[in-house]
Design a protein around this ligand. Structure first.
Ligand SMILES: [Zn+2]
Length: 301
């Protein structure tokens, strides 16, 4: 699983600071998460193939999280895209995007499928045999969801040496990978763990931006390998959190600690601060494994 940060600052785009956008590679999917202005340029800079994007997840309709979307949708058309594009986001996103396309007489030549979200409890919005995506209802000034991306546990891996030695019929391999034992012709039962290896532990990533401190999300994201939690402010500006419905680095770290995640990634920094290290220092007083999101940086799990 690989997370790439295309942009991680709040509010306005600047020379070196892009608003929120990420891509997540997980089990051969390339999921696009939020789409601030400049997302296309960042995709090009990072040499990420546009055609690999089939699903775009938008947390909320503040400009710094989705003003890059109309441009990206239009570019797909100019690139001659034919495959479906799925967009998941708050109710209203379909109207916003389709109005722009209609006014510009630039309707897409590919199927554009909207999945509008209204639920205030966590729900599964995408699922196939390898991955699921659930919403994480957040607390912000407008309706907002984070997203939890989870690999499904894979099948057990065949111990080829062991099955060959026992001359087990290949027709049985699928059942063995599902965990079944095997009975040989002489009646001997071979336990599954003697002929398979454990599958890799399924990975997970939780994206939580934008939100005020919301402890209710802990049960949804518990045990996640990677957690991106916004930290717009430091504790010295905590008074601004109540008004703007954002969180501090310390609050993000408290969520990470309570949810017992593997690693916390901070982001959505207010551009008022001179050094990002201040965010890391503040979070580390509560949770040890903290990293700073930076535009262009990748995280593996
Ligand atoms: Zn916002």
């Amino acid at each position: 699983m690989k997370l790439t940060i295309l942009g991680c600052y709040s509010a306005t785009p600047r020379n070196l600071n892009n608003p929120t956008a990420q891509v997540l590679e997980i089990k051969n999917h390339l999921f696009s998460i939020d789409c601030g202005e400049g997302t296309q340029l960042q995709l090009r800079k990072m040499k990420i193939k546009f055609s690999r994007i089939k699903h775009i997840f938008i947390s909320h309709l503040h400009g710094d999280h989705f003003f890059g979307l109309p441009g990206l949708v239009s570019t797909f058309r100019l690139l001659g895209r034919e495959q479906e594009l799925h967009i998941y986001g708050p109710k209203g996103i379909k109207e916003a995007i389709t109005l722009l396309l209609k006014l510009g007489d630039s309707w897409t030549n590919y199927p554009l499928i909207f999945h509008e979200l209204t639920s205030t409890t966590s729900q599964t919005i995408f699922e196939d045999d390898k991955v699921s995506v659930k919403t994480i209802p957040l607390h912000h000034r407008v309706y907002t969801n984070g997203f939890l991306f989870q690999e499904k546990s894979s099948e057990r891996t065949l111990n080829i040496e062991a099955v060959s030695k026992l001359q087990i019929d290949k027709n049985q391999y699928n059942n063995i990978k599902k965990g079944q034992a095997v009975t040989l012709e002489n009646g001997t039962v071979i336990p599954n763990e003697k002929i398979t290896f454990d599958p890799a532990k399924p990975k997970s990533y939780a994206f939580c931006s934008d939100t005020a401190y919301k402890e209710e999300i802990v049960s949804i994201i518990a045990g996640t390998d990677l957690l991106y939690h916004e930290s717009t402010f430091l504790e010295t500006e905590k008074h601004l959190c109540a008004k703007t419905k954002h969180a501090t680095a310390k609050e993000a770290a408290t969520i990470a600690k309570k949810a017992n995640v593997g690693k916390l990634i901070l982001g959505h920094y207010s551009t008022r601060y001179k050094s990002l290290e201040l965010f890391r220092e503040e979070a580390k007083t509560v949770f040890e494994n903290v990293e700073l999101a930076e535009d262009g940086k990748s995280f593996l799990a």
